[in-house]
Design a binder for this molecule. Structure first.
Ligand code: ADP
Ligand code: MG
Length: 400
């Protein structure tokens, strides 16, 4: 890829990793070193970035900020279930084709005028196909728009795990070659290399082929210090001392194996709520009465309410099982994998996301203080995931 002359545009975007950190910070996005390194490499190697992780940790915002930082236009493809490639790549502008046929009716009549039979008339019309299946009648959708753009863009392919695997296969050519093949027209190559950012909330495994084409990064909940900086940067109105406490509480809630753990956006919302209420102390009462700002499922709410007194005062009746600063105090036997072996712990990782797939998988008592004899959670790994053959499902021939 480095020999590709189109890469020249990316060189010098950031002098080094700390320069990337600084520019994102200036744009209001507080990245950590790993993310800054990834974006630095992205601009140097011309590779797409794939950010996986729980909702609300700043994946989408990263792409938006990348556009702001580099002065590029943001083109966004929001993925969803059942989305087909006509909504992602391009479609033929049927209305325009019909309009032209109407206007050109006379001309078309002349083409078939002296045809001896229907067969010959059809044959003649077919020869004119290329007129109607040309770029003129192409309606570009986000992926083609990004490739065909005159000016350099950031292409955000958001929540790719929601899309079907067939669409994932469609992406492969784009991600490795920065080109799109249109059978009727030919191959459209990128005029300017886009910076491509894919995000996934990890509700399913993405294909190995897709991951291989990307710089892959697992974005987890931030460390306490960075979360504090993020909260402070948002002008929530909450004092720093209370923000520090609040983050400890939120980190405690994240340890509870909720169906939807509170994320950075929820911490921000909670801080704003408490500030508006003019709260001067984070008591169990005030936290409990505002818990619905951060916890959105009834079952989660019950668990969280039960945990609040202990989180507010770790020396309360129940022995503390969570070291809030460290986030690692579990007595459970669940393991860590290489993706996220840092301080926020496995509860924010695979198990939580798997739980999202199958709400209710964990017993009510998991991680909670009520029943210390609750069963140890074992890791549920679905066999066969990541082994799919995407090429076989692809409508067209795609590189694997
Ligand atoms: N590193 C960060 N710096 C500043 N704000 C952040 C950061 N990470 C997350 N946020 C805030 O959290 C909100 C949610 O982030 P978002 O990108 O929507 O999450 P995701 O796409 O991962 O679900 C953002 O709107 C932003 O306000
Ligand atoms: Mg998002």
């Amino acid at each position: 890829m480095t020999t590709d002359p189109r890469n020249a545009a990316g060189e010098g975007e950031f002098d080094d990793v700390s320069h990337a950190l600084e520019r994102f910070r200036d744009a209001g996005y507080l990245a950590d070193n790993r993310l800054a390194t990834t974006v630095f490499l992205q601009t140097r190697l011309g590779k797409p970035v794939l950010l996986e992780g729980p909702a609300g940790v700043g994946k989408t915002q990263f792409a938006t900020s990348l556009a702001a930082v580099t002065g590029r236009r943001l083109i966004r493809l929001q993925c969803y279930e059942g989305q087909d490639e006509t909504k992602a790549l391009y479609e033929w502008d049927y209305g325009k084709q019909m309009l032209y046929t109407q206007i050109l009716r006379e001309k078309i009549g002349q083409v078939v005028e002296d045809a001896v039979d229907l067969d010959e008339a059809v044959e003649r019309i077919a020869k004119q196909d290329s007129v109607f299946f040309s770029e003129r009648f192409l309606a570009p959708r986000p992926l083609l728009e990004a490739i065909d753009s005159e000016d350099p863009v950031v292409l955000l392919i958001d929540e790719v795990d929601r899309a079907d695997e067939a669409l994932e296969a469609v992406l492969l050519e784009l991600l490795s070659e920065y080109q799109i093949s249109i059978p009727e027209v030919g191959t459209v190559k990128a005029r300017q290399l886009p910076y491509v950012v894919l995000t996934s909330n990890n509700t399913r495994d993405l294909s190995a082929a897709l991951k291989r084409r990307c710089l892959h990064l697992f974005l987890d909940y931030p460390e306490a210090q960075r979360e504090l900086e993020i909260i402070n940067s948002k002008d929530t109105g909450l004092s720093e001392a209370l923000a520090v406490r609040l983050i400890e509480i939120v980190r405690g809630l994240r340890d509870l194996e909720l169906r939807k753990a509170p994320s950075i956006s929820e911490t921000i919302d909670w801080a704003r709520t408490l500030a508006v209420l003019g709260v001067s102390e984070l008591s169990a009462d005030v936290l409990s009465s505002t818990l619905n700002v951060v916890v959105k499922y009834e079952r989660d709410l019950k668990k969280a309410l039960a945990a609040i007194p202990r989180l507010v005062d770790p020396n309360a009746t129940v022995p503390a099982r969570h070291d809030l600063d460290h986030g690692h105090g579990h007595g459970h036997g669940h393991g860590h994998d290489a993706d996220h072996g840092h301080d926020s712990g496995d509860v924010d990782g695979k198990e939580v996301r798997a739980a999202k797939d199958r709400p209710g998988r964990h017993g009510d008592t998991y991680g909670g203080p009520a029943r210390p004899d609750a069963p140890v959670l074992t890791k549920a790994v679905t066999t066969g995931q990541g082994e799919r053959s995407f090429a076989a499902r692809s409508a067209r021939k795609r590189p694997v």
